[in-house]
Design a protein around this ligand. Structure first.
Ligand code: GLN
Length: 486
């Protein structure tokens, strides 16, 4: 599969047609999806029509930055009835037959820019998980080793890009769900600053943490898609008025004397050697380019897991209260004598899977009177201190220069085997040690591929993470771009 930037350029110049790229993408999906299960739905007919529409717009003289680029969209991002039919399942039995009446702003912006959506991708139910095994419709497999998970929750989107089915995908990241699957599948995944990209039409998991972002096979393509997504949206009051960044034109501009912070906690005893090796090689590459490498302290990194697994389920338990069997999705059949209460209980008991129920129970517990201060208020204090620690790293002081960006692993290890962690929710939550603090602090961060771990004759990708100050996506992408060349 060609890069998105090349596809868009070729379609814009009318050397090739959107129709031909979309056909190739759908053919690849037909060939690979039976093994990978990256897509829950494919838009054969609608995508062909949309490609023809893009070709017409180009012929009429429009300039479209994503002209004819096949795009995969995570199935917790709503697409309205036209042209894509509206099904938005969140990989949940609860929403198996739900049809959204509206389209998410992020998806609409990509469509306006000329992208053609070829399908909706698999995820952990309601984006709760790190392996895509919590999908009610079966797991997605990692294209590098089908016995292993692709990561999650945006595992379908990551697998679609890694397998070359689409050059670009949309994911969502509440605690790592774009970056972690990107690392496990060997691609680039960007979680924008909180407020950069509209959440309108993203089915809410934890509203103070959720962001939509791009997944791509290289940094330029990720920047290309991110540029179309950013900006204020009247339909999402949390979108920022900070002007959208100009990412592509600055991508290859030289950076000032770079200072990169490496948290001492980045070298945890739990890291796979290939992860430490990827960090070492990245630090050496940056130093070789003249960057100053400084050690920074994120003392609450380990506590970030506990804080996240209080804040995120608390918000989830509130957000998921809307699924009551009355207004959205699944409605249980009532037996004689049963009433509204049974309707709520039975619809929710039948509709939600075990991980979603676990989150709702956790969240309800930490918000309940008597426990609220002990858990929820404490977690918010930890959240604030994590933000302060990041700020201290970015602003410098005590003889240390301000950091332009921080470098951390994305995950402690490469992709694990399907089934390996399903019996132990805590082991799965620990997978998020390097990602959740970024969401708690609202920062932009991205994962880039940085080599492989050789395990059982398979080459499993390893990623590293670049974290930047709020709204510094441009710097972050330029650092990533520098590294891509080495
Ligand atoms: N793995 C994390 C969780 O299970 C993050 C999920 C996400 O970012 N959507 O909550």
């Amino acid at each position: 599969m060609m890069k998105a930037a090349e596809i868009a350029a070729a379609v814009q110049r009318r050397e090739r047609s959107a129709a031909e790229f979309v056909r190739a993408s759908l053919d690849a999906a037909d060939r690979l999806n039976p093994t990978l299960h990256a897509f829950l739905e494919l838009f054969h007919e609608q995508a062909r029509q949309q490609a023809a529409e893009v070709d017409r717009r180009i012929a009429a003289g429009e300039r479209l930055p994503l002209a004819g680029v096949p795009l995969a969209v995570k199935d917790n991002i709503c697409l309205g009835p036209t042209p894509y039919g509206g099904r938005t399942t969140c990989a949940s039995r609860f929403l198996e037959h739900y049809r959204s009446p509206f389209t998410a702003t992020a998806a609409q912006r990509a469509i306006n820019a000329g992208a053609v959506i070829i399908g909706k991708t698999n995820l952990d139910e309601f984006a709760m998980g790190s392996s895509t095994e919590h999908s009610a419709f079966g797991p997605t497999r990692n294209p590098h080793d089908p016995e292993r998970v692709p990561g999650g929750s945006s595992g379908g989107s990551a697998a679609a890009v890694a397998a070359g089915i689409t050059p670009l995908a949309l994911g969502s990241d509440t605690g790592g769900s774009i970056r972690q699957p990107a690392a496990h599948c060997g691609i680039v995944g960007v979680k924008p600053t909180y407020g950069r990209v509209s959440r309108y039409g993203l089915v809410a998991f934890a509203s103070s943490l959720d962001q939509i972002g791009p997944m791509a096979s290289d940094v330029r393509d990720a920047a290309l898609l991110l540029e179309t997504l950013c900006g204020v949206d009247p339909l999402d009051a949390t979108t920022s008025r900070v002007p959208p960044p100009s990412l592509l034109p600055t991508l290859d501009e030289p950076l000032p004397q770079l200072v990169i912070g490496v948290p001492k906690q980045a070298r945890s005893r739990g890291n796979h050697p290939a992860v430490d090796d990827a960090m070492d090689r990245t630090i050496a590459a940056l130093a070789g380019m003249g960057a100053e490498i400084v050690e920074v302290d994120l003392p609450l990194l380990e506590a970030s897991i506990a804080a996240y697994y209080i804040v995120a389920p608390a918000e989830a338990s509130s957000n998921l209260a809307r699924f009551d069997g009355v207004r959205f999705g699944r409605r249980a059949e009532l037996r004689d004598g049963e009433g509204l209460y049974e309707l709520y209980c039975r619809s929710r008991a039948e509709g939600f899977g075990p991980e979603v129920k676990r989150r709702i129970m956790l969240g309800t517990h930490v918000l309940s009177s008597g426990y609220y201060d002990a858990y929820y208020t404490t977690a918010l204090k930890v959240r604030r201190r994590i933000l302060n620690d990041f700020n201290a790293a970015f602003t410098g002081g005590h003889g240390r220069p301000p950091c332009h960006a921080l470098l951390m692993p994305t995950t402690p290890g490469p992709a694990f085997r399907i089934g390996e962690k399903t019996q132990d929710p805590l082991a799965l939550y620990l997978e998020d040690i390097y990602t959740v603090s970024v969401n708690l602090a609202g920062l932009p961060a991205m994962s880039i591929p940085r080599g492989f771990a050789d395990i059982d004759g398979k080459r499993l990708p390893v990623g590293v993470q670049i974290i930047a100050p709020p709204f510094e996506e441009s710097t972050m992408l330029r650092v990533a771009r520098l590294l891509e060349a080495r």
